[in-house]
Design a protein around this ligand. Sequence first.
Ligand code: COI
Length: 360
Amino acid sequence: MWEDLEVTLEKIENEKKKEKPSAEELGFGIHFTDHMFMMEWNRESGWHDAKICPYQDFRMDPAALVFHYGQAIFEGLKAYRGKDGQVYMFRPEDNFERMNSSAVRMCMPRLPVDKVLKSIKALLYLEKDWIPVAEGASLYIRPTMIAVEPRLGVRAADTYYFYIILSPVGAYYPEGFNPTKIYVSDEHARAAKGGVGQAKTAGNYAASLFTTQRAKKEGYTQVLWLDACEHKYIEEVGTSNIFFVIGDELVTPPLGGSILEGITRDSVLKLAEMWGVNTMERPISIDEVIQASRDGSLKEAFGTGTAAVISPVGEFYYKGETFSVNNGETGELSEKLYCELQAIQKGETEDPFQWVERVG
Ligand code: COI
């Protein structure tokens, strides 16, 4: 089984290697490197046929369960090139522990974390020249698991693919580190308690598309979701968790089953606590945020995520009204968190929580 699983390596021919994008061309998730990692699972053999191979298409049966019932999970983490030329990953083990929680929720096989980490390191070593060095740029790592068994009955599949692709990226939002405008949805919901909102599964993102399109038409970058039951309490942004500085308190909604357990969210809480900031995980109603915006106690708002990093919010829209945050400017704490996280991630400053893993 997995203990004696060999990872084979098939390198791309030199003349088939792709051209690497310039810093200006990066965008997010547009370019992909020359190689990928791939393995398969079935009941008899467990995980098998692991390989690092040229980036390639899959051949899949049109009846594959993932296409019909959405049995798909993924992760997002990043590799960075430090000023010292070394390659670093940020909290990779936490990503794979979270992927295993998603797998359990979606009736999919668990991954052997240490073996997958070794394979990622080998893949990164092979693709290290793809890691962009521009400010705010990194190599985004997208591990994905999908159900490939052809079957139309609704049940968990008996066969799966797990693969990892790599994409050199710049900022997730077109605004970069400048404040974004977000649209608070009082009509639709991303996830309900008891559902799969806590799992990093494809359906949660599909559920966000309709409202996100509407928000974009109105000139907003993202949707801020409220709870599915009362449309009263703030949940998350879908592509990131959300924080507010209200008075002297840094607050974020508690993890109640419908919110993704963000690794950047956790890192922000730990860093802020270490700096002596008054941090709270507690329910925050949209009315409280509006009141705080009106009375001037709403100092900052920002999203946190692997892709979004720290993404300041300068304005939000709710029920036909717009509310400004910090006069549309990036706040002091958002800026400090962004700089510190980036410095830790690139191995440029002390790593007080041993989050960073050097690839070598
Ligand atoms: C990430 O932050 O890595 C995510 O998976 C969010 C995704 C929507 C880009």
